[in-house]
Design a protein around this ligand. Structure first.
Ligand code: ADP
Ligand code: MG
Length: 398
């Protein structure tokens, strides 16, 4: 009796993003969760400067502490082919006289990238071209939610509460800083938060209680993005996060968490580097200590927001809340949440293994659904054009 073929899942991590290291950890958490008897895992590591690699040594997180990782025996260059005939990777694409290149077909791609060039629609676009099913948001939803200001515009339309903001370009900041400061102060009051429109992990974000700090904060944010967003700071609030999974008309909201490292705000160090356990050490209360009515409301808003941005797969939806004042603001939607929000789904009785398999199933469902679209439309346009010639070209009939 032949063994059933295992599903081949390529987990893609690392990437040309300030969240490169976080993604390596997320990628390994995902790979570890798959049952080996049912899935063949293909690790795909994208270096900080955007070089692609695959090979068994990349399955071992310990190897990433090794500076010579990419020289290890078994690590090879690869690229994801946009050519639908390959349906996956070309390993060793620039093979020379002593090596051969090979095609590695994959069933499903699992992007585990955070931030730019991974969570922002660009990788999703490549996977669309390749016609490979992939986990998570599609191109539009990824690109949209990667931009905090654009996300808020769409959420306002969907009646999801978000903070007001003032958005401007780096160019206008460099050319007319005083006018920008004037306009900000006309529409918003201190204290303020300044953020690059894209990015994550609190990089480039600051809080300002005064004009000099606002100036400094904008200078910082302008290093990271072409568009900058300023919004009011929520004082004495708490953060509550909710994860959502689903596709089509079936969506599920998770238990809520309250991340605890709220000081002035969560800094990058607080989130990832404190303690020896890395991400796990960012303390959180699960379930979040809020009453049932607020819990239900936050879950409902999460579902509505997920759908409004064409959500698919998984997301973690982050809120800023002032429970006493009954104020709720959706802060951001993370389409590839750190650690996949595994800890929230565990509360719902979904083990990490069940969660990653569910996400692979959703990727396949979405891909099958897309097959309903027609991409080929036969016409006789070309033969007519060749018979008549093309206007303006040599031999064209006038
Ligand atoms: N308007 C705000 N008021 C108060 N705190 C905020 C506000 N915006 C962000 N923060 C704090 O800053 C953190 C990082 O901001 P966020 O928008 O989530 O960016 P990132 O994408 O880097 O996670 C949040 O988790 C929260 O603690
Ligand atoms: Mg955040």
């Amino acid at each position: 009796m032949s063994e059933r073929r295992r599903t081949c899942v390529a987990v893609i991590f690392g990437g040309r993003s300030v969240e490169h290291d976080v993604s390596i950890v997320t990628g390994h958490q995902i790979m570890r969760a798959f049952p080996e008897d049912l899935y063949e895992l293909v690790p795909v590591y994208i270096s900080r400067d955007g070089a692609w690699f695959t090979g068994d040594p990349l399955l071992d997180l310990d190897n990433f502490a090794n500076k010579g990782l990419l020289q290890l025996e078994g690590v090879a260059s690869c690229l994801l082919s946009p050519d639908t005939r390959h349906h996956g990777l070309i390993v060793n694409p620039l093979a020379g006289r002593f090596s051969k290149s090979a095609v590695k077909r994959i069933d499903v791609a699992f992007p585990a990238l955070h931030g730019t060039h991974g969570e922002d629609g660009s990788l999703q676009g490549l996977l669309e071209l390749a016609d490979v099913p992939y986990v998570g948001y599609a191109t539009l939803g990824s690109a949209l939610t990667n931009d905090k200001a654009m996300t808020k515009m769409v959420l306002r339309q969907a009646d999801v509460p978000v903070l007001d903001d003032f958005v401007f370009s780096r160019e206008s900041w460099l050319n007319q800083p005083d006018q920008v400061l004037e306009e900000i102060q006309q529409s918003l009051a201190f204290p303020l938060f300044i953020k690059p429109a894209t990015l994550g992990s609190s990089i480039g974000i600051s809080r300002a209680d005064s004009l000099p700090l606002l100036r400094a904060g904008i200078d910082i944010a302008a290093n990271f993005d072409r568009r900058i967003m300023v919004e009011p700071a929520i004082v004495d609030g708490i953060e509550i996060n909710c994860s959502v999974i689903g596709f089509g008309d079936e969506f599920q909201a998770s238990t809520l968490e309250q991340p605890l490292s709220w000081d002035d705000f969560l800094s990058y160090e607080d989130k990832y580097l404190r303690g020896d356990e890395g991400m796990k050490s960012a303390e959180r209360i699960i379930p979040a200590p809020v009453n049932d009515a607020l819990t239900t409301r936050l879950q409902q808003l999460s579902l509505r927001a997920f759908q409004a941005v064409d959500g698919r797969g998984i997301a973690r939806i982050d809120f800023l809340v002032r429970p006493e004042q009954d104020e709720i603001y959706l802060n951001e939607i993370n389409t590839m949440p750190g650690s996949l929000a595994l800890y929230l789904w565990r509360e719902e009785g979904l083990s990490p293994s069940q969660l990653v398999q569910r996400l692979v199933d959703l990727a396949r469902e979405a891909h099958a659904e897309k097959r309903r679209n027609m991409y080929d439309y036969q016409t006789n346009l070309v033969s007519v054009a060749s018979r008549r010639g093309i206007k303006g070209s040599k031999g064209a009939k006038s």
